[in-house]
Ligand binder design. Structure first.
Ligand SMILES: Nc1ncnc2c1ncn2[C@@H]1O[C@H](COP(=O)(O)OP(=O)(O)O)[C@@H](O)[C@H]1O
Ligand SMILES: O=P(O)(O)OC[C@H]1O[C@H](OP(=O)(O)OP(=O)(O)O)[C@H](O)[C@@H]1O
Length: 231
């Protein structure tokens, strides 16, 4: 059954919403089939840009959701479409188990909502913007589902892109570059690496390939993170 609605502002017809005829059609083991694509990379490496491109990608639309992050950082007009919580709200939600995962970095708290477990329970793959520092913990939470993806960019390009983005002060940018150097060295797992030193389209293609392989349970070539300080 379809439903057609009009927006109040301009009365343009919206895409019809296709309703499901019944609920709970997924078999109980669908959680085991769903994959959790855990995207990592230093600040400015292009995670948000790739995820934005994925949200619109027809190939992913049906069976792969991109999770919104809950962050104690205020939103910006041109920035990521995250959900802003005060520190107090964040803490309450931790106590009420509203997050599947959460961590602290760069002076903020970051959470991935417990809704991802509901989605994966229905066999839907999920893409999250994760933390390098939290990877081991995330792997222990989702041992059979997590597919780690690492976005690699040279240090000089990172600096260039962070300056161009203009979200952080120069002191904050230097702190993020130091964190990048430190975390790059300590990342122990083999991960799927995407080289985002070139065009964004190129990286989106690499990303989609990893997601398609992972979703179809095909093995992807994994690498140790290469030396990111190469030029
Ligand atoms: N392949 C690319 N080529 C040129 N600029 C890029 C590329 N990838 C990302 N950028 C730019 O770099 C900046 C940081 O990207 P962003 O997606 O915000 O990174 P992250 O979410 O990892 O911090 C943005 O201004 C973005 O437009
Ligand atoms: O342990 P790390 O890998 O350093 O990651 C810590 C956090 O920092 C990044 O988010 P944030 O939005 O602050 O930065 P970004 O958008 O500039 O990547 C990343 O997505 C993590 O949530």
């Amino acid at each position: 059954m379809g439903m057609r609605s009009m927006t109040r502002e301009n009365s343009q017809p919206l895409e019809p919403i296709v309703e499901r005829s019944s609920h709970n059609q997924e078999p109980p083991n669908s959680m085991a089939r769903a994959k959790l694509f855990y995207m990592m990379g230093p600040s400015g490496s292009g995670k948000d840009s790739i995820l934005k491109a994925c949200r619109e990608h027809a190939e992913l639309r049906d069976d792969c959701f991109v999770a919104h992050r809950y962050i104690t950082r205020k939103p910006e007009v041109m920035g990521e479409n995250h959900i802003w919580l005060s520190s107090r709200e964040f803490q309450w939600r931790v106590l009420r188990e509203a997050f599947a995962m959460y961590w602290q970095a760069n002076g903020y708290y970051y959470g991935i909502g417990a809704e991802i477990d509901h989605w994966m329970g229905k066999g839907i793959n999920v893409i999250v913007n994760g933390s390098r520092d939290f990877l081991e913990k995330a792997q222990s939470l989702y041992p059979n589902q997590l597919v780690p993806i690492y976005l690699s960019v040279s240090q000089s390009r990172l600096r260039e892109r962070l300056l161009k983005r203009g979200r952080e002060s120069s002191a904050e940018i230097e702190a993020r570059l130091r964190r990048a150097e430190w975390l790059e060295k300590s990342l122990t797992s083999d991960v799927n690496v995407i080289d985002n030193n070139r065009t964004l389209d190129d990286s989106v293609d690499q990303f989609l390939q990893i997601v398609n392989n992972g979703a179809n349970n095909k093995q992807t070539q994994k690498y140790r993170v290469p030396n990111p300080f190469r030029e």
